[in-house]
Each structure stands twice: as C-alpha cells, then as structure tokens.
Design a protein around this ligand. Structure first.
Ligand SMILES: [Zn+2]
Length: 443
C-alpha cells in the first residue's frame, strides 16, 4: 500500500458543508484520500510532501472540449461563426490524420495538466488515438467519437458501427480512467433515424451520449420547420435523454421554459463554455433560469480553435463574471458555486464516482495551487482568490488516482519538449495540406 502524506496545506474540500481547513494534512493511500485534516500520529508514509504556501482543491473537470483542436489555436481569428467554420476550421480539418489527432491531444494533455485539469470530456474524431494519450498521461477522460450519420463519406474515420466496436474495447480501460460516450454531432446535422439508432445502441451498451444541443435560435427555427418541435423536445421524443449512461449536452443556449423543465427532469448535464460564446459573439443568456429550473450545469473550455486555451480557471472566472454582469446582480453565483461547477458538477456529468470533493474515500484527483504569488495575497478568502485571481500557471502539482502527473511544475508522465515539437510540425503541415486541397477542389 502506497501512502503519501501532504502536510501544512490549506484545503478547500468542496465537501457538502464547504469545509475549508488551515495548516492541515492530506493523506492518500492507494489512490484514494484516506485522511483530511489531521493524519494519525502513527502514520508511516512512503512519501512526505511539504504543502506550505499551497492550497489543495479537487482537480478541474473539463466537461466539453475538442482536445485535438489545439492544432487550430490561433488559426481562425476574428471571424463570424459561419466563416470561422467553413473557411478555416473545416479547411484545416479536411486534411486531418490520426497522427494529427494524437499530437494535438498530447499537446492538450500537457496544457490541461499544467492548468489543473484532471478529467476531460472529449468530442472529436480518431478517439482511439486520444485514448493513447489518456493512457500515457495518467489523466481521466470520457471519449466521444463524433459521428454525423449523413453518409460514410461525411464521417471522419469509421462510422457508427465501427465506433461501437471501439467503445466495447475501450470503455472502462486504463483502470477505469477511460470511459466512453456515444457521440452524435447534433440534432441539426444527424438524421432522426440515426439518432434513434444511437439511442438503441446506448441501451444495448449501457452508454451515455455527448452531443451539441440547441446552440442558437436558428437551430430552434430549423428544428420547428423540420420536426415541428424545438431541438430539446425533438431529441426527448426520440428517448435520447433516457439512455443509461446519462447525457452531456454542450451549450444549450436557446431554451424556453418547457425545454429547461425537460432537461432538469431528465437529469441532462449542460456544459457551459462561455469563452467560446464571447469570442464568437454568440447570444447567450444568464444561467439563472436554467439553475432555477434545476438543470445541472457544468463547465467546459470547448475547442482551442475558439477559446483559445484549455485553462479551467479562466472558464470558471468568466462564468462568474458573465453571470453577475448579465443578471446585473453582483450576488449571482456566489461563494464556491463556480468552483463546484468546474469540478464536481463535471465529475458527475462524466460519471466519475466520488470525484470532485476532498473527503475520505474519494479518488485522489487533486491539485495544489501556489499561494506565494502577489495576486494570491492577502488571503481574506481562499475561495475568492481561486475563483477570481488564480490562473492555470499557479498550479504546482497535480495528482490523479494518487499518482503525480505534475510535481513542482514538472510534468511526470509526458515528454513535453517532444510533444511541443511534434504538435507544431503536425499543425503546420495539416493547415498547409488543407489549404492545398481546398485550392485544388475549387480549381
Ligand atoms: Zn463543442
């Protein structure tokens, strides 16, 4: 049994009572938290760590992202959504290879660990290659292989039936660190019978579903024309919200009251990605009506083509600021609410049992954040410092299932220098290929 004893810590437990501990111990045994507060006097640890000047908190859970899209960071700037997508994102992605996905996701993994993310919910292509990155990095993830259902030539990589084989082989592997969801892109791209087939498969396989849903009023208008129902009501009529593994719906911005009631009643997790909305100048409402209706809200970075980073501190802070501003209410999303959204709400959405609170028995998925920095002093409120002042670069140490993925800002599992080199090389080659193909196609 491996025992790690971290001493002299400030601890934001995010337990039900919101307990905060000062000058406290945190003991990890065999991948789980054994003691929080005071270690037993006769404890024999394999490793003793001095946590002075650090605050421990649960690691972040990025509830919606497209991690390999790091290769499009800075590639599609200052454009309206349709031009962003058609002239830049699709052009680059038309030349996508499985190797690009591997190096893009590896770059994302370095960035996520460095900024304190312990688990992510990925929605992209060639998820077999992202699974390699998850295995190697020590992170946890739910991997969703995105499928369109509009003909084999439209799919990137194999279609639905082959991704089902991959799900059977992959779900629950890496000691349970890798989980999978079925991944229809969205009801505005996927045909109804294809969505129904996915619902059937989810029941057969005991799987959840991760999709984009009701992102803007245009999608609502289109859905009313095609199906006589709004997107939320339409996918609900197909039984999509009743699948055994739960549903993560990205965005859910254009909702009316009945939509919100359906999402709440069915326990759908809505992943909120405010930096994308602001950068692409999308209309987005405050969270209060969704929260008041009982909708479960978690946070995500979305893809680095539209964010442009994967720093959950930034997303959490942006969420709190937007809510206060949009509601014209400085009391909106008070206290540790944004921290809980960015950690335990995401963990619940991803189905990682017990993650998101530093309590005995929970998996040791935690981060240490540096307090010995000018912007983190004075410490009137650890919570306020974490929500409104901390940055990803303040994370010093990251642990997942009791294993260090970063110690004193040094990555322990990934070869960062090689990943930076290969990710740069693959990203440049990919956009060049994409541009060339587009020129040839247009003649
Ligand atoms: Zn997305």
């Amino acid at each position: 049994m491996t025992t790690i004893h971290i001493r002299n810590l400030e601890i934001v437990t995010l337990d039900d009572a919101g307990t905060i501990l000062h000058d406290a111990d945190l003991v990890v045994q065999d991948g789980r938290i054994a003691y929080v507060g005071e270690a037993p006097p006769d404890l024999r640890a394999d490793e003793v760590v001095d946590g002075s000047g650090r605050v421990a908190m649960p690691g972040f859970v990025n509830a919606h992202c497209h991690s390999p899209m790091t290769f499009e960071r800075g590639w599609a700037e200052d454009l309206p959504f349709d031009r962003w997508l058609n002239e830049k994102i699709w052009v680059a992605e038309s030349a996508l290879t499985p190797d690009d996905v591997y190096w893009g996701a590896a770059l994302a993994a370095c960035e996520m660990i460095r900024s304190g993310t312990v688990a992510f919910n990925d929605h992209y292509f060639y998820m077999d290659r992202v699974a390699e990155v998850v295995r190697e990095s020590g992170l946890k993830a739910v991997l969703t292989w995105c499928v369109f259902g509009i003909g084999p030539e439209a799919e990137v990589g194999p279609g639905l039936e082959d991704t089902v084989e991959w799900i059977k082989e992959t779900h629950g592997t890496a000691d349970g660190r890798i989980r999978t969801f079925l991944g229809p892109h969205s009801p505005y791209i996927c045909p109804p019978d294809f969505l129904s087939r996915i619902v059937e498969l989810a029941h057969e396989l005991g799987q959840g579903i991760h999709l984009h849903l009701s992102e803007d009023s245009e999608q609502v208008t289109q859905s009313l024309e095609r199906h006589g129902m709004r997107p939320v009501q339409f996918v609900d009529s197909l039984g999509l919200f009743d699948v055994p593994g739960g549903v993560v719906a990205a965005h859910g911005l254009a909702l009316n009251e009945p939509d919100r009631d359906i999402l709440a009643e069915k326990g759908v997790h809505v992943a909120h990605c405010p930096i994308t909305y602001m950068k692409l100048a999308m209309v987005f409402p405050p969270l209060r009506p969704r929260l008041a209706a009982g909708v479960r809200v978690c946070l995500g970075t979305d893809g680095p083509g539209s964010n442009n980073d994967m720093d959950m501190f930034a997303v959490m802070r942006q969420t709190a600021l937007n809510e206060k501003y949009l509601m014209l209410d400085p009391e909106a999303l008070p206290g540790d609410t944004p921290l809980r959204m960015a950690t335990q709400n995401g963990a619940r959405a991803l189905g990682f049992e017990g993650m998101g609170a530093l309590v005995p028995g929970a998996p040791a998925d935690l981060i240490l954040v540096n307090l010995d920095a000018p912007h983190m002093r004075p410490i009137h409120s650890l919570i306020a410092n974490l929500v409104f002042a901390a940055k990803g670069g303040d994370v010093t140490d990251v642990m997942v299932d009791g294993r260090w993925l970063m110690r004193n800002r040094e990555l322990q599992t990934l070869d960062e220098a090689r990943i930076l080199y290969e990710a740069e090389r693959h990203a440049q080659a990919m956009v060049r290929r994409g541009m060339r193909q587009m020129r040839e196609y247009r003649g």
